[in-house]
Ligand binder design. Structure first.
Ligand SMILES: Cc1cc2nc3c(=O)[nH]c(=O)nc-3n(C[C@H](O)[C@H](O)[C@H](O)COP(=O)(O)O)c2cc1C
Length: 154
């Protein structure tokens, strides 16, 4: 059984410095998450962050403590702790969606709909959509058993 956290938050980073800050988070998380054996994804747009982290509960707790107090984002809407039988996203990956119509009309719309609703239908909807957005081969299809659990949870 592997634990997982999922959240959507609002970025507080001014647009001018967004790419530099994202690169900073990307390199910090690459080093720390690899060392702690955490996998999943972090995606960022000018307005939102969405993150899914999977691994040992103690490692998740440690990293989430840092993430929760990070002032580069606010209004962190966290789903209750999730549990899966396998790694849904077998490696750690990050994605920056810069300003533009795809980001605005699709990614931010999706994140806006999930923000504030992760304890309801939002968690399953977000994970399902991420599998279509993130590069092929970086995620595994949900096995029926895991997805049934997630649906039970939401
Ligand atoms: C949206 C967001 C996501 C982050 N994700 C991670 C992450 O997955 N792993 C990580 O080590 N740091 C991540 N960080 C950076 C941490 O908040 C923190 O700056 C870093 O881990 C250093 O920890 P410390 O401040 O406790 O020394 C993230 C920051 C933000 C704003």
């Amino acid at each position: 059984m592997v634990d997982a956290v999922l959240y959507v938050s609002r970025s507080t980073i001014p647009e001018a410095g967004a790419v530099e800050q994202f690169m900073d988070i990307k390199f910090t998380s690459l080093a720390r998450n690899s060392a702690l054996d955490l996998t999943g994804f972090l995606i960022a747009t000018p307005v939102y962050f969405a993150q899914f982290l999977q691994g040992k509960g103690s490692s998740l707790g440690c990293v989430m403590q840092s993430i929760r107090r990070d002032e580069r984002h606010t209004e962190i809407d966290e789903a209750p702790l999730l549990h899966f039988d396998e790694l849904l996203f077998p490696r750690w990956q990050t994605g920056w969606f810069g300003p533009g119509s795809f980001t605005h009309n699709y990614v931010e719309r999706l994140l806006g709909e999930c923000h504030g609703h992760l304890a309801e239908q939002g968690a399953a909807a977000l994970l399902r959509s991420m599998k279509t957005i993130l590069p092929a081969g970086t995620s595994r299809p949900f096995c029926r058993h895991s997805f049934a659990k997630l649906c039970k949870f939401v």
